[in-house]
Design a protein around this ligand. Structure first.
Ligand code: IMP
Length: 198
């Protein structure tokens, strides 16, 4: 007798930092994890949404439609209160090619507003879809504040300037497991893991 095919889940992200975190959380699920690297030349949907949830839905529906797979997509980013929520949904495309440049832009914008720091949060909207529609969604949020200059070599993206008070360090200055235990993405994907396991 042959064992039934394990269930498949397409994790629709091209961001290596995100993928590493997500794989670690979903590792024990009885699902084969597929990624966009398993598909050649899928068109990237335009992220035209005004919210993280809207963009996550756009991505999840586009990739589920193109592949026929059960698909999870997420949209995430950093909201800085003193900058009215910027960079928000534009976090990946925000001013500057490198993160060093993005951090310099943020420091400059804060200075223009007469401050050096601000409360901030990372948000992760997660959407699970079948080709014919949304199955389930959730949002994870982690509150912290900006720390400039940047500090720490771990994580990715804005982690070196995101100070997490309970750890007394930035999220680039903690282990992957410590970040996942509190992060926006950790929260959202643990909920997905529990949903898929139930
Ligand atoms: P997206 O691919 O449009 O969702 O872009 C999300 C962007 O938000 C990333 O490219 C990072 O710049 C930022 N971001 C999201 N999650 C994190 C995180 O956990 N740490 C640091 N930056 C993050």
């Amino acid at each position: 007798m042959t064992a039934p095919d394990p269930k498949r889940l397409l994790v629709a992200t091209t961001n290596a930092g995100k993928l590493r975190e997500i794989r670690a959380i979903l590792a024990d699920l009885p699902f084969t994890i597929a990624t966009l690297a398993d598909y050649k030349a899928l068109p990237e949907p335009e992220e035209t949404g005004k919210t993280f949830a809207a963009n996550a839905r756009i991505k999840a529906l586009a990739y589920a439609g193109a592949t026929g797979e059960l698909t999870v997509a997420e949209d995430s980013g950093l909201e800085i209160d003193a900058l009215d929520g910027e960079p928000g949904v534009r976090s990946a495309r925000f001013n500057g090619e490198s993160y060093a440049e993005k951090f310099a832009t943020i420091a400059h914008m804060l200075e223009e507003r007469g401050t050096e720091s601000s409360t901030a949060r990372f948000v992760c909207a997660l959407v699970l879809t079948q080709p014919d529609g949304v199955v389930w969604e959730t949002t994870g949020v982690v509150e912290g504040r900006l720390q400039l200059p940047a500090r720490g070599q771990g994580g990715f993206g804005y982690d070196p300037i995101f100070y997490y008070p309970e750890y007394g360090r930035t999220l680039a200055d903690v282990t992957d497991a410590e970040k996942a235990a509190v992060s926006h993405r950790g929260q959202a994907f643990r909920r997905l893991r529990d949903y898929l396991a139930s």
